[in-house]
Design a binder for this molecule. Structure first.
Ligand code: AMP
Length: 540
């Protein structure tokens, strides 16, 4: 027997209309290239969203067309998210930190018809434009008065593009499985791959991400997404904040600048924020060096890469609790979140420390399992490490326009490329990327655990472990450290420090100090580049 409930499509339009009617006075504050303190309400935002939708329709853009953005976290990018998706087009957020050749590939692969670009990236597009045959025009995210001189063809200032447009728009009725947005993920090999989100997947992800034991968002929240809107939709916050009526604070291009972040947190009373470990490191360094405080900031989500305990402790000294989240572009991105459960309140410190660095339990909607090399499921015993597979309604079923894709198996499980253990209570621990795994004498060594242990040394600013070939053990770990210039430290000190913190056979065979570590366009340490840099390394 079928239920007798209405079959209403789950669309981003419904989030927009709900926010417009119920949270019209909710605030959005942004830093942009042309205004360090822009503020308006959700009602203002959605009025301009309707003007933008009219402007796009006038240019002949149709449902399904892709429109690219190379933009920071700010209110105009927010307007693009809604105008493009709710009109039935696809908002394609491009990471401007990628190599120009990758950006060219991505824009051509997606066949974007228009590109909306922050003034900062205009020179980059000027060099590429002759190799972008599908692009009909460019809109620079600024006012007519501040429009830079540009050789971009058919170039508009955003404010001119929308200014004379009507403030009403007849939103189309969309199928909930229609595509709404597109984000390319750059793997370690081959071309970047497109993840095409649907309205349905986005709404379901939004609902779950706002739950109390996930992000716990409400109309009383003031949220500052530091994670870029070009990196998996700022982890969904551009949808979840309006859905509940939270105030949104967008840091614009200043997202890794401790001073700007501190100013915004204090001025806007930000209570919740999200970002990769690198941004929290920048914030902690700034607070430590200036003695400034961030009293309103209570909780942040840290994800995108493993977070060392030492960073969590440093943030806690400033009154900020860090919740680890795990996910990926292909997962919209939320997979698991490590929140502080009431049962843990009375735990001894070492137990809390051990627990809090883990990836936490998978959220409702995401199924997880770990498998061995033959694909057989491994036990949830907290010890067996295997390839992590996931499935759920906001996980990609295949990449955009890629026939060679085998990331989803016959039973419908997506291969995350991560290695993990799952404890009996469901807690997930990411031990490595499969491609970064170090196998020594047939046993796996977790580079993440060694890195976290090394980061606790006061003389270590950043640490990375890579596997190097070894005559006897096939591979052995090599520890690379960016030393903290405030502390006198030798390579051997770091190795000695690790002795009682990791298994003896995990002990790196050498530690090498370096000036910097290579990072990817999303701010993670690039192990691929590190391995290339050290390919001729000889063990001492
Ligand atoms: P991206 O698609 O760029 O967001 O990268 C996703 C990848 O980042 C995952 O597959 C993991 O390898 C890594 N990652 C994300 N969150 C965590 C975490 N909490 N701990 C360790 N690795 C993480």
């Amino acid at each position: 027997m079928r239920g007798l409930m209405m079959d209403m499509p789950l669309t981003i339009t419904s989030i927009m209309q709900h926010a417009d009617q119920n949270h019209s006075q909710g605030e959005i504050v942004s830093v942009t290239a042309d205004n360090p303190d822009h503020r308006y309400t959700y009602a203002d935002a959605f009025r301009r969203v309707r003007q933008l939708a009219n402007a796009l329709a006038k240019k002949g853009l149709r449902p399904g067309d892709r429109i690219a953005t190379l933009a920071w976290n700010d209110y105009r990018h927010f307007e693009l998210y809604y105008a493009v998706s709710c009109a039935g087009q696809v908002c394609h957020t491009v990471n401007p930190r990628l190599f120009p050749e990758q950006i060219e590939y991505i824009l051509n692969h997606a066949e974007d018809r228009w590109v909306f670009v922050d003034p900062m990236f205009v020179p980059l597009l000027e060099k590429l434009q002759d190799r972008l045959p599908a692009v009909e025009g460019f809109v620079v995210l600024t006012t007519g008065a501040l429009m830079p001189e540009t050789s971009l063809r058919n170039a508009w200032a955003y404010e001119t593009f929308i200014e004379d447009q009507p403030q009403t728009f007849d939103w189309p009725t969309l199928d909930e499985n229609d595509a709404c947005s597109l984000c390319y993920t750059s793997g370690t090999t081959g071309h970047p791959k497109g993840v095409l989100y649907s309205h349905r997947s986005t709404v379901l992800h939004t609902l779950v991400s706002a739950l109390p034991d996930v992000m716990g968002l409400s109309s009383a929240s003031v949220i500052m997404p530091i994670v870029p809107m070009f990196h998996v939709n700022a982890w969904g916050t551009a949808y979840s904040a309006p859905m509940v009526g939270a105030k949104l604070v967008f840091p614009g291009p200043q997202m890794a600048d401790g001073e700007t972040l501190t100013r915004l947190i204090n001025a806007e009373r930000v209570g919740y924020s999200l970002g990769v470990p690198t941004v929290w490191l920048a914030l902690v360094n700034y607070l430590d060096h200036t003695g400034k405080t961030v009293a309103s900031l209570k909780t942040v989500v840290v994800g995108g890469a493993a977070c060392p305990l030492s960073l969590m402790q440093a943030m806690e000294r400033h009154g900020v609790w860090m919740n680890v989240g795990w996910g990926m572009t292909e997962m919209s991105p939320l997979g698991s979140l490590n929140y502080r459960a009431p049962a843990q309140y009375d735990w001894e410190q070492h137990r809390i420390d051990d627990m809090r660095v883990r990836a936490g339990r998978n959220v409702f909607g995401v199924d997880i399992k770990i498998v061995d090399d033959s694909g057989a499921a491994l036990p949830r015993d907290g010890r067996s490490a295997g390839l992590l597979k996931v499935r759920g309604p906001w996980i990609c079923s295949g990449y955009y326009r890629r026939d060679d894709d085998s990331s989803v198996d016959r039973e419908g499980w997506f291969d995350t490329g991560d290695m993990a253990t799952i404890a009996p209570d469901g807690c997930l621990t990411i031990t490595d990327r499969v491609k970064d795994v170090i196998k020594s004498g047939g046993e796996w060594i977790s580079s993440i655990d060694i890195e976290n242990a090394a980061m606790a040394h006061p003389g270590v600013k950043e640490a990375a472990v890579i596997g190097m070939s070894h005559d006897k053990w096939t591979e052995r770990p090599l520890l690379l450290v960016v030393p903290n210039t405030d502390v006198v430290v030798q390579e051997q000190d770091v190795l000695n420090f690790l002795k009682d913190k990791i298994a003896r056979w995990w002990m790196p065979d050498a530690c090498v100090f370096v000036d910097t570590l290579p990072h990817t366009a999303t701010g993670k340490i690039s192990k691929k580049d590190l391995r290339a840099l050290f390919k001729d390394y000889q063990w001492p």
